[in-house]
Write a protein that binds this ligand. Sequence first.
Ligand code: NAD
Length: 357
Amino acid sequence: MTLTITEEPAPADYERLVFAEDPDTGLAAYICIHSTICGPAAGGCRMWSYDTREEARADVLRLAKGMTAKNAVAGLGLGGGKSVIIGNAQRDKTEPLLRSFGRAVNDLNGEYYTAEDVGISPEDMRIVAEETQYAVGLDHGEHGSGDPSPFTAEGVFQCLKVGAEEVFGTSDLADRRVLVQGLGHVGMSLAEKLHQAGATLIVSDINAAALDRARTTLGAEICAVDKVIDVPMDIFAPCALGGILTSETAGKISARLICGAANNQLADDGVAQILRARDIRYLPDYVVNAGGIISVASEIHHAGKAYRDARLNEVATRIREILDLSNQTGKSTTQVADEIVRDILARGEADQRELTA
Ligand code: NAD
């Protein structure tokens, strides 16, 4: 066995960063634990063809920190972590590589729970789980919670209705023009819900088959990938990859509400201010897209469906509270959500200090 796990220096506010490598299986992966203040770290594993190791490192750091925020706001008793496997999921993903990754996760002794993310399916997790008890999002076993995506889509849909009520004065989506960017596991499920709710769908994806399905089964209008920001719309639902909202795109998008599943939708902190100045309501991604990790948490805690459904319903309630606080204080929704996270972490740290005193 040639798996090596090397500790790497992490930025000051991170707990741990390791690089796992196995020349026999081709594994090259980062696992990052940002915070265990609220509990063991949990966050999916992404397989992506990063151009450089540095790019993968930057991604895992950003994503792990996002998981701390997401898990804290959702009240899951979990910290934030993430892993990224460097490689092309279509070409490089093999059973030995996944097993090697599972052994790397196991080496962290439960400090980190892994699950599916972009490029990793429930079938892949089944293999990883044969090497470690810290793999979740499983579609088998007594506590298996299955694919988290439908729960993510449901949470996004509920939040979108709360946002519509805030912006348009009604949660009725009939004839609202909603653009869904990315018709993957979450985006397609969200598009189906929007269609059922009577929304006029506009969709964009790089995958022609997904576009075709949305056009024929949901009557969706298709938008070219490089035109998503230019099309007239009421609501924008980013469900592809992060960083779609930059100073430039935020300055010209016609939507009055933004609510989608993609992680890290805002390219930088300044974008939230631009959106607010233009009176566009942005619902913070890490609050809105927590449905998947809520489902996974029910598996980690062996807590079942009732726990999952109760927490899932709270996602939209939390968005309502964030909108109210934003209205009362004049702060952007992102600022309000970030402050909630900081308070939760500060309280968690104080509790830990008390316990160890
Ligand atoms: P996915 O890989 O199944 O789907 C992503 C889709 O985006 C694919 O159909 C892909 O072709 C499309 N896409 C890629 N680049 C595009 C582009 N430039 N323009 C338009 N479409 C493009 O992923 P997913 O599981 O549906 O997740 C979608 C997003 O939501 C990701 O950012 C993910 O991190 C985030 N998210 C997912 C979950 C979950 O439960 N799956 C939970 C929280 C957050």
